[in-house]
Design a protein around this ligand. Structure first.
Ligand SMILES: [Zn+2]
Length: 261
């Protein structure tokens, strides 16, 4: 559940090569860690916008419900929150994003152009899960059984179409994220490092439970910040029968997952 820091690295890389002083801040912290996007491509997108509008704070998101939003700061600079599908977009779409930030008479036209871009490229963002890609049966732990058990226990219709799979090993070992929840695909991914004999079943169960709660308690946007683990979420999480034990187990064994223990 620790934050992946691949994007922090990518952000620092992009800031350095693009000089944050001239193009403005770039925020990649909301992107999922297993997303494949190249840093130079992000940089090109950011720079192309800045050439037209000046220093710009760009926040790339994975938010499919709110693909684009614009905020003008007190000092007159802009902050653009945009779905990562815009990285690599054509010149006209860049122009439309700029018009959207500037406001004025062309704004309706700009909105339409952005909508068209989203429609044209929507197919590239698949909302469907390919059942062949799901692998819930591990060598030591059966995720499907754990999911079914808790789905029944929690008894909510919201959970009916949630699916689960073991994830793949990603880059970097300085942090580890045991599970993630993809809201659009309703897909829980569990880190493959948990499929080991020395990892007790109750701990895997706790991670599955945690991710399942994300489906029940979606994030809230509070004064432009996104709160993923709300207080209701945390209260419910503590109701896990072996909560304290799971937390203690995680603390004790984290170094072993990171290869230092
Ligand atoms: Zn979480």
């Amino acid at each position: 559940m620790e934050q992946q820091d691949f994007w922090k690295w990518a952000e620092a890389e992009a800031q350095r090569s693009g000089s944050a002083a001239t193009v403005g801040r770039l925020d990649l912290s909301e992107l999922p860690s297993d997303l494949r996007l190249s840093v130079p491509e992000i940089q090109t997108f950011h720079t192309a916008l800045c050439e037209r509008i000046g220093r710009l704070e760009l926040v790339l998101t994975d938010n499919r419900r709110r693909m684009v939003s614009v905020h003008k700061k007190k000092d007159g600079r802009h902050r653009l929150r945009a779905h990562h599908m815009f990285v690599g977009c054509d010149r006209d779409t860049i122009e439309a994003l700029v018009q959207l930030m500037k406001g004025g008479d062309d704004i309706e036209q700009a909105r339409q152009a952005i909508k068209n871009y989203i429609t044209r490229n929507r197919d590239e963002i698949s909302f469907d899960v390919d059942p062949d890609e799901l692998e819930a049966l591990g060598e030591y732990h059966n995720l499907q059984a754990l999911l079914d058990q808790w789905r029944e226990e929690l008894g909510s219709d919201e959970l009916a179409d949630v699916v689960i799979t073991w994830g793949r090993y990603g880059r970097g070992r300085r942090t580890i994220r045991f599970g993630s929840y993809d809201f659009d695909r309703k897909l829980i991914r569990i880190h493959p490092a948990l499929d080991q004999q020395w990892v007790p079943s109750f701990f895997v169960e706790f991670i599955v439970y945690h991710e399942l709660l994300h489906a029940l308690f979606p994030p809230i946007e509070a004064s432009s910040r996104r709160v993923v683990h709300t207080s209701e979420f945390r209260q419910m999480e503590e109701k896990f029968p072996r909560y304290e034990e799971a937390m203690a187990w995680e603390r004790r064994h984290l170094p072993r997952f990171l290869g230092d223990g």
